[in-house]
Design a protein around this ligand. Structure first.
Ligand code: FAD
Length: 440
């Protein structure tokens, strides 16, 4: 859809309400292949999590059908920013107090293992997803946040053995050509990839290994059937010995118990037109992945060819379209770099991330149905890893159980899966951001 109406100058004539990533790797048209009658494992959801589970399961000899409601690649897995974090955030969550020091240490160590897991997967399956160890810069929104990041740098160094350094405000322009932040944290144990190319390569590898990856097939019911489950879809039914739910931010009424434990939140992104020569190197000289410590956080990076800026964040706490959210993101981008005010938007898109009430990802089994859910907006590595872990568990191939398996999975009274409270949370977050900066 070309949008140049109403003299809206921030939209380029070729503007599309679709992910920039789909220019190189669009989800293929639906083929709605026939359903098998019976499989060992039915995987619901064809994103990184479901596909990683399926790949490992077929390699271990199981028959597997991945059932995806939409096109393969419809979900967050082809819409994200492609920042590959090793889940190290968990290290700063003081989990020992609630889960015990041993379990907390295992969770951190597994979360960190998710980064090399994805790196190995890309190499092993020969997936060309423009991967590189880019490192990340986390911008401090306030002086207090910066002091916190200086402590985090020490922890990151200890855990990763890699460079992690607090960069004071005076040196910030080494990383971001802007004075917007109050310094920040550089950590090298982070990667960057093209999310849709990763997803497509993974889908191809999963199919080649022997899994049936079936699109256009929404699962509508799960009914106990002898020793297995009858998996009902709009296109007929099949019987599966085991069922694995990998629907993350798109978890719906099919699994009400899971839906009550997952908070779907829209995240928004835009891509700019190609930047004039020299500008990309001026605004992001090290081409790292960037995010910040604001509660209403922003995240941004250059496109893999280094020519465009991709800028994302929570543009709204209400449900709005990507087209409606784009001006908000554009304005935020110009707060970081006022000189980008004349740079136009070619793509804007949105997708759902899945938060949980304890801010942890969860792997487990409820009422005989397996699941991996809840990446807190950071699931490129983590949901891939958890899908793989789920497969090891289902195939009986894990030497030790994953520390994420069977954690208490909290919900809240009156919550049924529709986050009516988000506008209030958004207001409170914006207020906290304002106060934090003022106090600095
Ligand atoms: C804008 C945005 C930016 C992000 N940036 C980053 C980032 O930079 N780094 C990072 O680590 N993470 C990021 N994330 C999060 C990351 O993309 C997700 O954590 C990850 O892709 C989740 O993968 P998944 O396989 O669990 O779920 P998804 O890829 O969302 O797949 C779930 C699928 O389940 C399907 N489904 C749902 N219900 C049914 C049903 N009943 N029957 C059949 N199919 C069903 C859906 O159609 C969907 O395709 C971002 C997310 C968004 C939206």
């Amino acid at each position: 859809m070309a949008v140049q109406a109403n003299g809206d100058a921030i939209f380029a004539p070729e503007f599309k309400e679709a992910p920039y990533w789909w220019e190189a790797a669009a989800p293929p048209a639906t083929t709605a292949a026939p359903l098998p009658e019976r499989v060992d494992v039915a995987v619901i959801g064809g994103g990184y999590c479901g596909l990683n589970a399926a790949l490992e399961l077929v390699r271990r000899g199981a028959s597997v059908a991945v059932l995806e409601a939409e096109r393969i690649g419809f979900g967050a897995s082809s819409r994200n920013a492609g920042m590959v974090s090793g889940g190290i955030k968990l290290a700063s969550m003081n989990l020992g107090a609630t889960l015990g020091e041993d379990r907390a240490a295992q969770l951190v160590s597994e979360a960190m293992a998710s980064l090399p897991f994805v790196e190995d997967l890309l190499t092993r399956e020969k997936i060309d997803a423009d991967y590189r160890r880019a490192g990340r810069f986390l911008g401090a929104w306030s002086d207090t946040h910066f002091r916190g990041l200086a402590r985090q740098a020490e922890l990151y160094r200890k855990l990763t053995g890699m460079r992690a350094e607090a960069i004071p405000r005076e040196r910030q322009r080494e990383e971001v050509g802007s004075d917007f932040y109050r310094g920040g944290l550089v950590a090298e144990a982070f990667g960057a990839l093209h999310p849709a190319k990763y997803h497509q390569g993974l889908a191809a590898a999963t199919r080649a290994a022997g899994a049936q990856v079936i699109d256009g097939t929404r699962v509508t019911g799960l009914v106990k059937d002898g020793g297995g489950t009858r998996v009902e879809t709009a296109r007929g039914a099949l019987v599966a010995r085991e069922v694995f739910v990998a629907t993350n931010g798109y978890t719906g009424g099919l699994t009400p118990w899971m839906r009550r434990r997952v908070i779907p939140i829209g995240s928004y992104m835009l891509a700019t037109e190609e930047l004039p020569p020299g500008l990309a190197a001026r605004i992001l000289p090290t081409a790292r992945m960037i995010s910040d410590t604001k509660r209403v956080m922003a995240y941004f990076r250059l496109s893999p060819d280094g020519k465009r800026l991709l800028f994302g964040g929570r543009a709204s706490f209400r449900q709005v379209t990507a087209r409606q959210a784009a001006p908000v993101l554009h304005a935020r981008m110009c707060e970081v770099w006022p000189e980008l005010s004349g740079i136009r938007i070619t793509h804007a898109w949105t997708g759902n991330v899945a938060f949980t009430f304890d801010f942890l990802p969860h792997l487990g089994r409820h009422d005989g149905i397996h699941y991996a859910l809840g990446c807190q907006g950071s699931g490129v590595a983590m949901m891939s890893y958890l899908g793989h872990q789920a497969a090891l568990k289902l195939a009986g191939g894990a030497n030790t159980a994953s520390a994420f398996d069977g954690l208490p999975f909290p919900t809240r009274p009156l919550y049924s899966g529709s986050p009516w409270f988000l506008p209030v949370v958004g207001w409170a977050y914006r207020m906290r951001d304002w106060l934090d900066r003022r106090a600095s």
